[in-house]
Design a protein around this ligand. Structure first.
Ligand SMILES: [Cu+2]
Length: 186
């Protein structure tokens, strides 16, 4: 005799709280990392110094350049083009109204290859020399006086070789925004 016990299976219902979707829809990867053909025509850079500077094509060669310094710690122009080996006259004016102790300006033209950041930092404590750092005068092609509001200065200089020459204002805190380039053409 066989007795079959049909044990009623206890309906053990296991609710597995499967938190499947964490809703991580943060895949907004709009980074189009595919840089398409950065064709750098490096073959022509030897001929024209500064050819890669944006807007350089619209700047005419001149031997007399004018530049203003303003109360918003900017120059009115930042790009010039001259002839290497030719005398250039620079007329600089501080057209601002802030007192000289707070907002003076100059123009310091640096030799190509000068570390502009290092020069600007070295100039900060050099108040006795109108913020031209004595230890780095070899890097200076020419510079104006340090001008208070309404003052002007005129200098002449010659950029000896073709190349790109940075110029900055060395009044403390200014060289970050007051900087530009003079391209000397062959
Ligand atoms: Cu300045």
């Amino acid at each position: 005799m066989k007795r079959l016990f049909f044990v009623p299976a206890a309906a053990a219902l296991l609710f597995l709280a499967s938190c499947g979707g964490n809703g991580s829809n943060e895949n907004n990867n709009t980074t189009s990392a595919d840089t398409t053909s950065t064709s750098s025509s490096s073959a022509t850079t030897d001929e024209k110094p500064g050819a890669d500077i944006p807007g350089i094509d619209t700047v005419a060669v001149s031997d007399h350049i004018k530049l203003d310094g303003m109360d918003d710690m900017k120059y009115d122009r930042t790009l010039f083009k001259v002839k290497a080996g030719q005398k250039v006259t620079l007329d600089f004016k501080n057209i601002g109204k802030q007192p000289a102790a707070a907002m003076s300006h100059n123009v310091v033209i640096l030799r190509p290859g000068t570390d502009v950041q290092a020069f600007g930092e070295a100039a900060i404590p050099a108040a006795k020399t109108e913020h031209i750092p004595p230890s780095m005068t070899d890097d200076v092609i020419a510079h104006t006086k340090l001008l208070g509001p309404g003052q002007t200065d005129q200098i002449t200089f010659t950029l000896p070789d073709p190349g790109v020459y940075d110029f900055i204002c060395t009044f403390p805190g200014h060289f970050g925004t007051m900087r530009g380039k003079i391209v000397a053409e062959p």
